[in-house]
Design a protein around this ligand. Structure first.
Ligand code: ATP
Length: 445
């Protein structure tokens, strides 16, 4: 990294005027609204007005409630290392128990091929007991005699956790005979596992066809938040999409440009768009073969009146490492041997301005390699700005995705967003506009 580069007023500490020649078209500061492209009959936007049965619609007292939850928590040496998911489902469990329902928990853990002691839910049930502050009994199987006997022994308000549903291969096949075996154990089915709702498995979808089906409180909160984000949002709506690659988010980008008023593209995936537009991006991560895809997405956005906001400057380093010397460059001056590892300060200012123009924000993916300082600056700054706007009641902010949640935690703002989804795959598929089987089965017909 030569000092010469710093002296041309493009260094991080003294960014100075950064040339944005040729890139004006990538920044469209006006947020268009186009009612025609949202809520048309037959689209999910219109379906989202359908209602879901919730725990408000059923008297659970004395009933055997088969409650599908997400207990897929991180474990080390047989101990739960992060109880976030347990805390999320605790309110639904406690509510049913307090109302005198018999709570029968169904969940998967890991990806076992058949019965495997290391994927037993027993230690998770013990950890859950501490979170809900009530005993949680455990049955060694989710069907058959062990399950039937344990259920028969339940008193009103008791909680029972059945063994990992994925110990039976029929679970993932949504096998009707297996669904029928599960259904024997309950009077109603409550789905509180949004994170597994993109899978049509026996316990996540099949049961909804056999028993009266209701959304649990966690599911309800997630659906409410997603409805606010893309179903019938307060406009204008902005999406921030970052992350490493375009290839993993093509469906997402294609769907979003038809739904939102402005789309910020950051992270490694922005490099592919910049390359497609003829910007020399040095040694940056990019999927150059996807340049035509990137151009198609830009055209689709244009046709749908969606403003695309790409970086106008970049933070560049020569090593993918923490504390690697970093400088901001205009897009006409990216060093041939450098790597874009974050958006630059002028881009951050533009993202802030775009957030200021929006009433709703939906966010997936970091704007840079946020795990390595200082390449977290763009993501952290944008996250803090969105959090401030949310606290000032000017913005509804919804974020999801594993790395996104980690980045918001790193910025210490996760608690300030309107809603942060920990659902991963289900959140992404929902944003891609795909119907989620475990949600569809809950709709009132
Ligand atoms: P998840 O896939 O867990 O839901 P996500 O959707 O929030 O997370 P990903 O698409 O997985 O995000 O991308 C996150 C990764 O992208 C991070 O590891 C980050 O370091 C990397 N990344 C972001 N920008 C760049 C860049 N300019 N160069 C290289 N890697 C980058």
């Amino acid at each position: 990294m030569s000092r010469t580069r710093c002296s041309v007023k493009r260094c991080f500490t003294d960014p100075g005027p950064i040339s944005t020649a040729g890139l004006a078209a990538t920044w469209v500061p006006v947020l268009h609204s186009s009612a025609a492209r949202r809520g048309a009959p037959g689209t999910r936007a219109s379906q989202m007005t359908n209602k879901f049965r919730t725990l408000d619609d059923v008297d659970v007292k004395g009933k055997r409630v088969l409650l599908r939850v997400d207990l897929n928590v991180p474990m080390e040496n047989g101990r739960v290392t992060d109880a976030t998911r347990l805390e999320r489902v605790a309110p639904t469990i406690s509510e049913i128990s307090d109302k005198g329902g018999k709570v029968i928990l169904l969940a998967h853990f890991g990806r076992p091929k058949g019965r495997d002691a290391k994927d037993s839910l027993k230690p998770v049930a013990e950890a859950l007991s501490k979170v809900v502050k009530k005993p949680v009994a455990f049955a060694d199987d989710c069907i058959g005699e062990p399950a039937a006997q344990a259920v028969a022994g339940l008193k009103d308000g008791d909680i029972l956790c059945l063994e990992n549903t994925r110990f039976h291969k029929e679970e993932e096949k949504n096998d009707p005979a297996f669904v029928a075996e599960l259904a024997k154990l309950g009077d109603i089915w409550v789905n509180d596992a949004f994170s597994a709702a993109h899978r049509a498995h026996a316990s996540t979808e099949g049961l909804g066809h056999k028993l009266p089906a209701y959304a649990g409180r966690t599911m309800q909160a997630e659906l409410d938040a997603l409805e606010k984000a893309l179903g019938s949002p307060t406009k204008p709506v902005i999406a921030i999409i970052g992350g490493a690659k375009v290839s993993t988010k093509i469906d997402l980008l294609e769907n979003l440009v038809t739904k939102v008023d402005a789309l910020v593209i950051g992270g490694g995936m922005a490099n592919t768009f910049l390359h497609a537009q003829g910007v020399a991006i040095g040694k940056s991560l990019a999927e150059k073969d996807l340049a035509p895809t990137a151009l198609r997405i830009l055209e689709k956005a244009n046709a749908a009146n969606c403003a695309i906001i790409l970086p106008v400057d970049a933070t560049v380093a020569y090593h993918f490492a923490a504390n690697a010397p970093a400088h901001a460059y205009g897009l006409d001056a990216i060093p041939a041997d450098g790597m874009i590892l974050d958006v630059g300060p002028q881009s951050v200012a533009r993202v802030h301005a775009a957030i200021d123009d929006a009433a709703t924000l939906v966010w997936n993916g970091p704007l840079g390699a946020f795990e390595l300082q200082p390449f977290d600056r763009g993501t952290v700054a944008a996250a803090k700005h969105a959090a401030e706007r949310t606290k000032a009641k000017k913005l509804i902010s919804i974020a999801g995705g594993g790395d996104t949640v980690a980045a918001l935690n790193q910025a210490h703002v996760a608690g300030d967003f309107t809603y942060v989804s920990t659902a991963g795959g289900a959140f992404l598929e929902w944003m891609e506009g795909k119907p989620l089987p475990g949600v569809e089965v809950l709709r009132t017909k």
